[in-house]
Write a protein that binds this ligand. Structure first.
Ligand code: UD1
Ligand code: UDP
Length: 361
């Protein structure tokens, strides 16, 4: 049986891993490596528990520091594990520092790499994720973009021969787990003092954690000003990166319409997506989930990440600016019933099929 080392480290990677690992293990030996990039219980363990992800074989315990420190330490430790395990392939997801460190460690050891969610482009190396995904795509043996537009980016960089569209494992997860929601998952919504947050009948769901939006208070304050003036409260589970700043801003400016919550598990998050009136986010995952659930979305980024979600104004870019956010949220939106560019909910099967073909063809 061929041995595949899957490497994950951050929240969205656990979600993709959950659906892929389940299929992969039917015909491959999977060795699971967690870099430790995300480590709080509600940023890591909760996903393994509620999504039945096997316990990692290794947890490298590497997190924090500068990008160079984190990536460098991961590179050193992953190389040791790969030399010991001698995998036939390394399986990577997305565009985090864990992804790029694993890609560099594997390619230097001449281990083939399969990269899931390849080919997204912002068009600027100012974004740390853009650096990670470009490097990873260019050293990968198999690139598996979720959509046709990602395939086009790869083709423009002469990587078309390595790539085939498989659909989005986030869509697989969304379909699979949405059917299991019964409302009880929302009981875990608590504030930073541990008090339960009753979910209002009507609310906006917000997530905001990117370096670009959290590096200054001014941007987050502008986003909060917009949410405060809306016709319903906003539920905002705050990433540990900016939790202290978000709490401080709420104290300082007395926002009453913004409910700060501790990060929630995947089931609660997609439950909030499904119940929200509209969504405001800078997350690559949440903007797709808004689209899957047919909820209008404003994405606080300068760059389009998932152009398919932007059709007919379903998802619109907004600046971290009160007027711009409110304008984008006020526009009427129509979702097309027959338009689903993220696959058929079975991307994991296609990912494993492509890996099988690599070894058999
Ligand atoms: C990372 C990814 C980003 C992804 C996000 C998913 C990179 C460059 N970025 O960003 O693409 O969208 O994960 O959520 O890899 N922290 C904790 N506890 C945790 C995790 C993080 O306290 O469990 C704090 C640490 O102080 C850390 C900071 O958050 O320094 C930022 O974490 P880091 O993993 O560097 O980046 P993310 O913003 O999570
Ligand atoms: N998510 C979650 N709990 C939260 C916030 C988000 O489970 O408190 C989920 C969200 O529904 C989506 C994924 O995490 O499935 C997105 O991850 P994140 O925003 O951290 O990273 P990105 O997708 O931007 O890389």
């Amino acid at each position: 049986m061929k041995k595949i080392c899957s490497v994950v480290g951050a929240r969205p990677q656990f979600i993709k891993l959950a659906v892929v690992s389940r299929v992969l293990r039917k015909e491959f030996q999977e060795v699971l490596i967690h870099t430790g990039q995300h480590y709080d219980r509600n940023m890591s363990d909760v996903f393994f528990e509620e999504m039945d992800i096997p316990k990692p074989d290794y947890n490298l315990g590497i997190s924090g520091g500068t990008h160079g420190q984190m990536t460098g330490q991961m590179l050193i430790e992953l190389e040791k594990v790969f030399m010991q395990e001698k995998p036939d392939m390394v399986l990577l997801f997305g565009d985090t520092n864990s992804t790029m460190a694993a890609a560099l460690a594997a390619v230097k050891l001449h281990i083939p790499i399969c990269h899931v969610e390849a080919g997204n482009r912002f068009g600027t190396l100012d974004s740390p994720e853009e650096v990670n995904r470009k490097v990873t795509d260019h050293v990968s043996t198999i690139n598996l973009p979720c959509t046709e537009s990602s395939l086009e980016f790869l083709a423009r960089e002469n990587l078309g021969d390595t790539a085939s569209v498989v659909g989005d494992p986030m869509y697989d997860a969304f379909c699979f787990y949405t059917s299991r929601l019964d409302g009880s998952e929302l009981q875990e919504l608590v504030d930073f003092q541990g008090n339960p947050i009753p979910v209002p009948e009507t609310f906006y769901y917000m997530t905001c954690h990117r370096q670009e939006n959290t590096d200054s208070d001014e941007k987050l304050k502008n986003i909060f000003d917009a949410m405060e003036s809306l016709d319903a409260p906003t539920i905002y589970p705050v990433h540990p990166r900016n939790h202290a700043r978000a709490e401080q801003l709420c104290r300082e400016y007395g926002y009453r319409n913004i409910l700060l919550a501790q990060p929630v598990g995947y089931l609660a998050s997609i439950s909030l997506v499904n119940r929200a009136k509209k969504i405001v986010t800078d997350s690559g995952g949440v903007q797709r989930e808004a689209f899957f659930a047919k909820k209008p979305c404003a994405t606080i980024l300068n760059f389009v990440v998932w152009p398919e979600t932007m059709q007919d104004g379903c998802n619109q870019l907004a600046k971290p600016d009160k007027a711009d956010i409110l304008e984008k949220l006020s526009q009427p939106v129509q979702f097309r019933a027959d338009y689903q560019p993220f696959g058929d909910g079975h991307a994991a099967d296609k990912i494993v099929k492509r890996i099988r073909e690599y070894f058999t063809c």
